[in-house]
Design a binder for this molecule. Structure first.
Ligand SMILES: *[C@@H]1O[C@H](CO)[C@@H](O)[C@H](O)[C@H]1NC(C)=O
Ligand SMILES: *[C@@H]1O[C@H](CO)[C@@H](O)[C@H](O)[C@H]1NC(C)=O
Ligand SMILES: *[C@@H]1O[C@H](CO)[C@@H](O)[C@H](O)[C@H]1NC(C)=O
Length: 273
């Protein structure tokens, strides 16, 4: 019987701890969508729960400036300028025993941004373009288009080996295989959609010819050839001088030989002593 009590108490405390939607708290508004500003409020309607204070939590982070030690059963949070970074989950927390809390979701259009607004790839190689998203909620759907004469032509994933799209809620990647200068240069548009709507960004793709990719290498080869030629010509012109040089160096071994001989003699003399 004691065990049963302990287990049920444990289960109850677990349930309490997980409960972020407390029936004793009325939120106003219940949800914020697509607004530039808002006033969030929570009303603890169960007067038998004495509160030692309250605060607000944004995406799991306590908002220090919202902390209050007063035993009010009502708390307000002003959001003056709502952007994708101030959207998310707001929780009001009353310091009752146990804590009572309730969530208000602040939703905005997704913020979509190209990782780089200009990308390039080499002919016959592949081009990779990336867009990321921030905010709440994140896109549930991503689409890619190519702009052709002012018209947006949708790009489908895997219809051929040409295009490959990989998406997660916060990131989408378009890979174009076997790049061609004639067909693939241009502007690509990524579009992220959540329940409030769609936001887009644009990436310009440049394709370099394979020869262009070789230019740096050819440049180095040309440089080496020129250098070798210059050295060769210089050496040829220097030929007369060199003969003198050779004479000098030719006599040097003799000198060193003679000194070596002297040493030899010394050694021998010492030996004989
Ligand atoms: C909070 O809720 C109670 C009970 O519904 C109501 O009487 C009271 O006026 C509310 N307080 C505010 C500030 O809205
Ligand atoms: C696109 O196709 C590839 C391969 O078939 C698959 O792995 C990927 O998940 C697909 N992407 C999307 C966004 O459907
Ligand atoms: C994307 O979302 C996942 C899961 O929600 C998260 O772990 C990851 O850090 C996010 N990546 C970026 C770049 O925001």
């Amino acid at each position: 019987m004691k065990l049963l009590w302990a287990v049920s108490a444990l289960l109850l405390s677990c349930w309490r701890a997980n409960a972020s939607t407390d029936p004793n708290i009325i939120t106003e508004p219940p949800e914020v969508t697509n607004q530039t500003s808002a006033i969030l409020s929570c009303n603890l309607t169960e007067p038998s729960l004495p509160s030692k204070g309250s605060h607000w939590v944004h995406n799991g982070k306590v908002l220090e400036e919202s902390k209050s030690n007063e035993a009010h059963s009502y708390t307000v949070l002003r959001l003056d300028k709502i952007t994708h970074s101030s959207g998310g989950k707001y929780e009001c927390v009353f310091l009752t025993d146990p804590e009572a809390k309730q969530t208000i979701e602040v939703k905005t259009l997704p913020h979509v941004a190209a990782y780089k607004h200009s990308e390039h790839g080499n002919e016959k190689d592949k081009g990779v373009m990336v867009c990321v998203s921030h905010g709440y909620p994140l896109p549930t759907n991503w689409n890619w288009h190519k702009e052709e004469d002012g018209v947006q032509v949708p790009i489908f994933n895997g219809t051929s080996d040409k295009y490959e799209i990989r998406s997660t809620p916060n990131k989408t990647t378009l890979t174009i295989n076997d790049l061609s200068i004639e067909n693939d240069i241009g502007d690509y548009i990524c579009a992220g959609t959540n329940e409030l709507g769609t936001t887009t960004d644009k990436i310009h793709l440049r394709v370099r010819s394979r020869l262009a990719a070789l230019w740096p290498f050819l440049g180095i080869v040309a440089e080496v050839i020129i250098l070798v030629t210059i050295i060769f010509i210089y050496e040829k012109r220097r030929k007369p001088d060199e003969i003198n040089d050779d004479d000098d160096s030719g006599s040097a071994p003799l000198k060193s030989n003679s000194t070596a001989n002297h040493k030899d003699k010394n050694v021998r003399q010492r030996n004989s002593n």
